[in-house]
Ligand binder design. Structure first.
Ligand code: ADP
Ligand code: MG
Length: 729
């Protein structure tokens, strides 16, 4: 390797220049990394200390993992159909019978047969899966922990790895990089006085300590430094963004009397709850200011957010503006359109010559027919359409608004920050007001630290008449439970109610078709698909005469809408689907939600799915099926769902296990402007510290000049509009 080629800024150096073309290509293939900086931030997940075995039960399911374990059994058998043999190894995380076991197979494993004997301790890597009745490691790879390596007391880093890029190779390549790391090519950008006060090592040192720690404490402090760094940059960019927003202009849209908003309130068939009224006041107040509103409206599914949003929309229309409502999917956009036009009644009718009492409401989705589309676009451009409902198709260049005053985003986590900004940009000089609705409750500290630019309003109480939902885990390994599951569905239909059955995927992969027929009800070997479940239910004698349909994203938009309409109308009894039905769907007669292989879903997803039932005053039931053992880590997650209906509690649990990029609404992969180390829940104290430190720095007018590298880094994090603002100020 020639050091000449290395750029002065080591992080910007191409991996090919630092490690050679071959290794660089392998790293790019495995992780998408191109620069030294990206790879240097490929931090260990954990460390193993020599002499310690990894608890197998805690390994993440379906992910490439590394485990230190001891071989407890080996065997060998001939292949049936072709030449060769299979070498089978069982390892355990404890000696004797007490341990959790993991199996793996090596085809023609000559090397493995030589290396692995009963009693051997090694690091095994592979994807942890469930096969028939045992845990298995597929595509296994191993490194023997021999006595020499056991004599070295430094902790071994365990990286996110893959079969092609195993832990050992990552360690070797990282070792090569670390030889070149120094204070000059990885200069510090955090203010030195802050680092000193917090006793954090310099950046270059922290990289070194993270990948090659002397002991666990050193690794921990280095980790804290990077988490603090992220918290600091995040807080600083939020502070910049706030400064920018404070200087923006919006057209005030105060509530007027005698307009659509008043007429709508008079038409409402129910009384608004106290929460709805209060939140409505907050929004109405924001809309009458000269600065753009940025408000997050949170509330459980069914808490009545849409009604609140609609009142805000009408207020804006009364004040001469237009509103856009963005939904995450076409199905949801169409549903919003249907339910909103119904709620508005005559208020959604502008009349042929503008003589009606209402405003135009239009639906614009990607699948709209050309003529329909042209008409919708005309109405938006002329201003005749006051409310336009759609998906991201609303963001396309063809859509021109006469006077965009308010953007309502339904389900914020499905929309990227960039997309939101694109829509805002459509309002010309003045920014439109924005209201973001979410059913994923966001704990207050999170809202404060992550959405620095959003005020939050919360609807805590559901409207009266909402029945509670009871949730149960169904252990599919037990035949009795399995049979009961199908009879529960049947009973619900017999009572005249409707049932959702949600599966994690649409179809089987080609190789599984055979298994499918062979196993029928015993589907332990694969993840349940919509197609399979659909076929199964239809072929069961007890389901004769029951109307079953399937729904998933690969159907035409028209077919999807038709199926949802039929389900809403009650002509379908059982709807087998993917998560397309997740948010916003409102069928009062649906009382049972069955979620197949529920461990495949995230906590908040499960909670939202569950919210689809119990909406019409009838009690709802949610059944979470799983083939996993009761003591599997993923089953614990299901137990959390089973134990509470409190959205905030679940949101915290969800945050703990999820990558927080989802919350930020920006894509994680590759980009530097993301949180990799910082956990918004676990690192609360760090965030508070960083917030405090940022305030000190901001009080110092010259900081841009004093810390140019810091300024540059912050610029890498903030969005386009803030960047423009910063460059001007
Ligand atoms: P969200 O958008 O929060 O999921 P919606 O606004 O769609 O909830 O409301 C769910 C259902 O409850 C709708 O049918 C709506 O008409 C009804 N609803 C809303 N507010 C009230 C209320 N105050 N009293 C009774 N029903 C209400
Ligand atoms: Mg909704």
């Amino acid at each position: 390797m020639t050091t000449k080629k290395l750029a002065a800024d080591f992080e910007q150096t191409a991996l090919a220049d630092a490690l050679g073309a071959k290794h660089a290509a392998a790293l790019e293939k495995a992780f998408g990394y191109q620069s030294v900086g990206e790879f240097l931030r490929h931090f260990p997940r954990r460390y193993v200390e020599v002499g310690e075995l990894t608890p197998i039960a805690e390994l993440p399911f379906d992910e490439h993992s590394t485990v230190v374990a001891q071989v407890v059994n080996v065997s060998q058998r001939q292949m049936h159909s072709r030449k060769g043999f299979i070498f089978e190894v069982t390892v355990s995380d404890e000696l004797g019978d007490a341990g959790q076991e993991l199996r793996m197979t090596f085809f023609n494993g000559y090397q493995a047969r030589n290396d692995l004997q009963v009693g051997t301790i090694a690091m095994f890597s592979g994807k942890v899966g469930w096969y028939q009745d045992h845990l298995q490691l597929s595509q296994p790879d191993y490194a023997i922990l021999d006595e020499a390596s056991q004599a070295d007391p430094t902790p071994i880093p365990i990286y996110p790895a893959s079969a092609k890029m195993p832990n050992k190779r990552i360690r070797d390549l990282m070792g090569l990089l670390l030889e070149h790391v120094n204070e000059q090519n990885l200069p510090e950008f955090l203010p030195q006085p802050l680092l000193d006060a917090r006793r954090y090592p310099a950046r270059w040192q922290a990289f070194f300590n993270r990948h090659h720690p002397r002991d666990l404490k050193q690794a921990y402090i280095a980790r804290q430094r990077f988490a603090y760094e992220e918290a600091f940059i995040l807080q600083l960019s939020l502070a910049q963004k706030n400064a920018q927003l404070g200087s923006q202009h919006a057209v005030p849209r105060a509530r007027t009397s005698g307009g659509l908003a008043d007429k709508f309130d008079a038409r409402l068939p129910f009384a608004l709850t106290e929460d709805q009224l209060q939140v409505g006041e907050e929004i109405s107040g924001d809309l009458s200011l000269e600065h753009p509103m940025h408000r997050l409206l949170q509330g459980e599914v069914g808490s009545g957010k849409t009604v609140v949003a609609l009142r805000a929309i009408l207020q804006v229309i009364d004040a001469g503006g237009q509103a856009a409502l963005l939904a995450p999917t076409e199905v949801l956009a169409a549903q919003h359109y249907a339910s909103i036009t119904k709620m508005l009644g005559p208020l959604a009718d502008p009349g042929l010559f503008g003589e009606g009492e209402g405003t135009g409401v239009a639906l614009l989705t990607g699948s709209a027919k050309t003529a329909q589309r042209r008409e919708a676009l005309l109405g938006i451009a002329s201003g005749e359409t006051g409310l336009i409902i759609g998906t991201h198709a609303l963001l396309s260049d063809q859509v021109r608004f006469a006077e965009l005053g308010l953007v309502v985003v339904d389900e914020q986590h499905r929309f990227g920050v960039e997309q939101r900004d694109a829509l805002r940009a459509k309002a010309g000089d003045a920014m439109p007001h924005t209201l973001v609705m979410t059913a994923t409750p966001i704990p207050r500290t999170v809202a404060m630290t992550v959405f620095g630019d959003l005020e939050t309003s919360t609807i805590k109480r559901l409207p009266a008449g909402r029945a509670p939902i009871s949730t149960h885990i169904v252990p599919m390994q037990l035949t009795g439970y399995r049979d009961r599951l199908y009879s529960r569905i049947r009973e619900e239909v017999a009572k005249g109610h409707q049932v959702y059955v949600v599966c994690p995927r649409i179809t089987e992969t080609a190789g599984e078709q055979g298994v499918l027929l062979a196993t029928y009800e015993d589907t332990s070997a694969q993840t349940m698909s919509v197609e399979m479940m659909f076929e199964m239910l239809r072929s069961m004698p007890e389901f004769e005469g029951v109307e079953i349909e399937s729904l998933h994203s690969q159907l035409d938009a028209a077919d999807k809408a038709q199926i949802m309409d039929d389900f809403a109308a009650g002509s379908i009894d059982v709807l087998v689907s993917t998560t397309v039905i997740e948010v916003g769907v409102d069928v009062h007669n649906a009382t049972l939600m069955v979620i197949m292989d529920a461990e495949r879903f995230g906590i908040s997803q499960l909670h939202q799915l569950r919210g689809r039932v119990g909406r019409g005053g009838l009690p709802g039931t949610c059944l979470l099926t799983t083939w996993l053992d009761a003591d599997h880590a993923s089953v614990n997650r299901l137990r959390v769902i089973e134990s509470t209906l409190d959205g905030f509690e679940l949101a915290e649990a969800d945050l703990l296990e999820r990558r927080e990029g989802n919350i930020l609404g920006v894509q994680q992969s590759g980009s530097q402007s993301t949180l990799r180390e910082l956990s918004i829940i676990k690192d609360r104290t760090l965030i508070e510290q960083a917030r405090h430190d940022v305030q000190i720095l901001m009080g110092y007018a010259q900081w841009h000049h004093e810390y140019p590298l810091l300024f540059k880094t912050v610029m890498g994090w903030v969005d386009e509009s803030t960047r423009e603002f910063l460059n001007k100020n």
